[in-house]
Ligand binder design. Structure first.
Ligand SMILES: Cc1cc2nc3c(=O)[nH]c(=O)nc-3n(C[C@H](O)[C@H](O)[C@H](O)COP(=O)(O)O)c2cc1C
Length: 364
């Protein structure tokens, strides 16, 4: 069965099936962003649910924290907790990836008790946001160092790789976006300059990994193909970025979209799924991870048939960690698709998560 066949990354590592646990921020960490027992329990329960498990995003600098009670990879004192997380995630023989990010202008000022930083002093058009402070050139260099230090910590903690979170309007995406990046120096202006932060980061990360952990640590990149803002990221910008990231040695690309088969958010007259343009651009050079409302095996088969080799599931594995097991044993009708009281303990969902989102995931 193709869904259960293993798949290689360019560096020779393999995932043992085509399922990926999408990154999910579950807001259960301890003060200062330390991994809690609830964090570890959530991921231990999902070990084996997919071949590749990706953590919710960990912030690389305290000013980059966009969610309360999320975990940090900003200091060495976070390594023991992260090591606990990596061990829990890998306990069934699958790969574990740490997603790393900085929230930039999407960080609530109230959370960090400071003005957020971003490529330019332009506020986002949505969310609980303020006008950010524009980063100096020196601060941009420091941020790149923060990301590299985070990658080193992920290695020490025992993860099999990192995913650079270049999606969902956070800082890496903010450099690419002509809405959030109005700089006129080498970090902004032309598309090539707006790509410079992502390119520099991937180039340096590749060098670090090749030095420290050659062929045994993955470097992934997640991106949102388009933005709705005007000006904003267009699909052609993302397709150009893909070429650059592959050239610089990325090990996989992971899209972030609401629906796997969605068409352009910007060119609403077009109805071709955006993922197919991305698939064609990548042209098999690196694995592509698709995402978005994948709920059952039929969705999976359709995606694999159309040449998308890996698919991540967020909601489905949040609500049913035994999805693959039930699919294997042909008991798909038993797959849970909503939360109910009786299941809560079995799902190892953190208390705060259930308090804040329990009703959202309950049966209507
Ligand atoms: C509770 C929750 C937390 C999320 N946290 C993250 C995150 O930390 N990083 C990220 O890239 N995406 C995050 N996402 C997006 C998911 O990775 C995924 O792309 C999205 O849920 C769509 O997939 P699905 O339809 O299978 O749930 C989150 C989604 C949810 C529902």
């Amino acid at each position: 069965m193709q869904l259960e066949s293993s798949y290689p990354f360019p560096n020779g590592m393999r995932t043992n099936n085509r399922l990926v646990l999408a990154p999910l921020t579950i807001s259960a960490s301890l003060a200062g962003g330390i991994v809690s027992d609830e964090d570890a329990a959530f991921y231990r329960r999902r070990a084996g649910s997919a071949g590749l498990l990706i953590t919710g995003s960990a912030y690389v600098h305290p000013l980059g924290q966009a969610y309360a009670d999320s975990f940090s990879v900003a200091d060495d004192d976070k390594i023991p907790g992260l090591a606990k997380l990596a061990e829990a995630m890998k306990s069934q023989g699958n790969l574990a990836i740490l997603q790393i990010y900085h929230g930039g202008r999407m960080v609530p000022a109230t959370l960090i008790e400071s003005q957020p930083v971003a490529p330019s002093a332009v506020a986002a058009e949505h969310g609980e946001v303020t006008v950010p402070k524009s980063l100096s050139n020196t601060q941009i260099e420091e941020l790149l160092q923060d990301f590299l230090a985070a990658i080193r910590r992920a290695m020490v903690a025992g993860f099999d790789g990192v995913e650079l979170h270049g999606a969902n309007t956070y800082l890496i995406q903010q450099f690419l976006s002509p809405h959030s990046n109005r700089r006129q120096d080498k970090w902004g202006g032309t598309l090539n300059n707006r790509m410079r932060f992502a390119k520099t980061l991937v180039k340096r990360a590749r060098q670090l990994i090749d030095q420290e952990s050659p062929n045994s640590f993955l470097l992934g990149y997640r991106f949102s193909p388009e933005e709705i803002e005007v000006p904003g990221i267009e699909l052609k910008d993302s397709l150009a970025l893909i070429d650059q990231l592959i050239r610089l040695g990325i090990d996989y690309l992971h899209v972030s979209m609401d629906h796997l088969w969605q068409s352009s958010l910007r060119k609403t007259e077009e109805n071709t799924p955006v993922i197919l343009a991305i698939r064609d651009k990548i042209n098999g050079r690196v694995p592509l991870i698709g995402v978005g409302k994948v709920r059952n095996a039929e969705d999976y088969k359709e995606a694999l048939k159309s040449g998308i080799p890996l698919l991540s599931m967020g909601t489905s594995l949040l609500l049913e960690p035994d999805w693959l097991e039930l699919y294997r044993s042909k008991a798909e009708s038993e797959i849970r698709t909503y939360l109910d009281e009786e299941n809560l303990a079995d799902l190892a969902l953190p208390q705060n998560f259930v308090r804040d989102y329990g009703s959202y995931y309950s049966k209507p």
